[in-house]
Design a protein around this ligand. Structure first.
Ligand SMILES: [Zn+2]
Ligand SMILES: [Zn+2]
Length: 305
């Protein structure tokens, strides 16, 4: 697949002129557009931190196949029923969700799993596999048992579980997903999703760490959390998070082509312009702050004549 060439100045923050990345190479640039335009492929369903009332909480959708037999991979599930509203707003059919990866148990990432499974249980054609690292998987079973007893039985064999191991890749449709451990103060994994020659890496929640650096190597797009400006670095790292400048350094060192900052605190606590400015001073590729329903088109590679 290919991240299609497109110029979208409304969303992307230009690096300082002397650091502008070359444009127009044969790999193209990511395209960001409203979710209600052409069929989306990667949709940022939620881009806020746990207490950000301006945004939905963490979730992103990879639409691996569209149409009547559509196939969607969700990574994280936002904080609750807001996930269902975001899916509807993005035009993603519930029954297309065949795979759900959960990075860690915090409510802003796992809180939407219970309502999602309840919704899927009412759709006879729905079938889903939940992928999570071992302690997180155990916590999710407990969460479901505590909050909606019986939901796993309602789905029966249509609900499968898969325990992921950091560094061990698995297939989802025609994509390959590699989980990797990150440093968040409790079990947490990021994900590298590869399809054809294209790669997208999601940091999940983490302070800067070597594992993320290694798995972000050469990615077309790095979707990275950003707690705040550099003045908040000590607090961010103590809490298992990273600053916008940390994300930019990571992207620069890993040779990432595009950086999308997400998991943002409310604008009162972390001014988006300040985050963008600090990151743009370090990272010379294309850079943007995600907004809810930001959509990135990832399209089939065309033969090169
Ligand atoms: Zn977290
Ligand atoms: Zn979080």
């Amino acid at each position: 697949m290919e991240i299609r060439a497109h110029d979208d100045a409304d969303h992307w923050i230009p690096a300082p002129a002397a650091r502008q990345a070359p444009v127009g190479d044969r790999h193209g640039e990511p395209r960001i557009r409203p979710a209600n335009a052409l069929p989306p492929r990667v949709v940022m369903l939620g881009t806020g931190d746990p207490l950000n009332h301006e945004r939905a909480q963490a979730s992103l959708a990879f639409q691996l196949r569209e149409g009547a037999d559509g196939e969607t991979l969700l990574i994280d599930t936002s904080s609750g029923t807001i996930l269902l509203g975001q899916l509807r707003a993005a035009g993603i059919a519930l029954m297309s969700i065949r795979h759900v990866c959960i990075s860690h148990r915090h409510f802003d990432h796992a809180g939407g799993l219970a309502p999602l499974l309840v919704a899927l249980s009412a759709i006879p054609e729905a079938a889903v596999t939940v992928h999570a690292p071992p302690a997180t998987r155990a916590a999710l079973h407990d969460l479901l048992a505590a909050s909606i007893p019986g939901v796993e039985r309602w789905l029966g064999p249509r609900l499968q579980w898969s325990t992921v191991t950091p560094g061990r890749a698995f297939a989802v449709g025609d994509a390959t997903v590699t989980p990797f451990a990150v440093e968040h103060g409790l079990e947490c994994v990021g994900f590298r999703v590869e399809r054809g020659s294209r790669s997208i890496v999601y940091s999940a929640d983490t302070r800067p760490c070597a594992s993320l650096s290694a798995h972000a190597e050469g990615a077309d797009l790095l979707i990275h959390e950003a707690y705040g400006v550099q003045a908040t670095a000590d607090e961010a790292h103590h809490l298992g998070h990273a600053t916008a400048a940390d994300a930019a350094r990571m992207a620069h060192a890993a040779g990432v082509r595009h950086l999308l900052l997400t998991h943002l605190r409310s604008s009162r606590l972390a001014r988006p312009q300040a985050l963008g400015a600090e990151a743009a001073a370090i990272f010379s590729g294309r850079l943007a702050l995600a907004t809810d329903l930001t959509t990135i088109a990832v399209e089939p590679v065309r033969p090169i004549p």
